[in-house]
Design a protein around this ligand. Sequence first.
Ligand SMILES: Nc1ncnc2c1ncn2[C@@H]1O[C@H](COP(=O)(O)OP(=O)(O)OP(=O)(O)O)[C@@H](O)[C@H]1O
Ligand SMILES: [Mg+2]
Length: 266
Amino acid sequence: MIKLKDVYYTYGTRYAVEGVSLEIKEGEVTAFVGPNGAGKTTIAKLISGIIKPTRGSVYVDGIDTKKSSHLEIIRKVGIIFQNPDYQLFERTVLEEVMFALKNMGYDRREAQDRAMKALDRFGLSKYANRPPLSLSGGEKKRLTFAIVYAWDPKYIVFDEPTVGQDGLNLKNLRNLMDEMLKEGKGVIITSHDMEFLWPLNPSTFVVKEGKVVWMGKMKELFKEANYSDANLIEPQLSVISKKLSLKEPALSVEDAAEVIKGVSNI
Ligand SMILES: Nc1ncnc2c1ncn2[C@@H]1O[C@H](COP(=O)(O)OP(=O)(O)OP(=O)(O)O)[C@@H](O)[C@H]1O
Ligand SMILES: [Mg+2]
């Protein structure tokens, strides 16, 4: 479990995160949503130990991130950045994936083995010898998935993972998340993409001006008025569920179709 206890963070002037307390469980999907500049990425970085709280504490499986090395935390919590360019600096795609593995103590041979498997998993083996920055936007993002996947952390924080991904790669991303959940791992997502999040029905934190203003299961979020000032786009299935006056919103097109078929039979 990851715990934030009354966490504050400032980049220098005002607080980007202000008095946030929350818990994130493994084996679940957790989502952070809210307006641009709300503090979602800052929370993501706090969770993965890249930055330490100005006040308050972050615990990863009981380890206080302030009292541990970045390496100790990142082994448990991998983060995939919003902007892949910040994560890529090696000469080749293969070396890029191997870099973190070597830092974590894998010898060169084992690092190469794990790296090749990860590249294969994300359809990037054919680019192994290319400079990372020569990949397309979506490929770069996929490379950052492969980098983190390679060291198999217990939690992965996906910061805006769906940006620039085509249909097939979105499906692959969903499969990767399903796989992680089956293994009892924690999937943490920040996103503006409500259509992607909705079927996952994640434990959701709505962040606004550095504070958590709502928490609960996503399917509850749009039943209430709380989302209206958080700049969220209501998912289509939530809208249609309301129009059909369903007691519970449909989480999949299949569920909605069942209801519609039922209604038309009456
Ligand atoms: N390196 C930085 N230096 C100074 N201020 C920063 C820095 N990074 C973020 N901020 C500020 O902190 C606040 C929170 O930013 P953050 O990136 O966490 O927002 P976000 O919710 O992830 O937004 P988005 O939806 O646009 O990704 C914003 O006001 C932002 O301008
Ligand atoms: Mg962000």
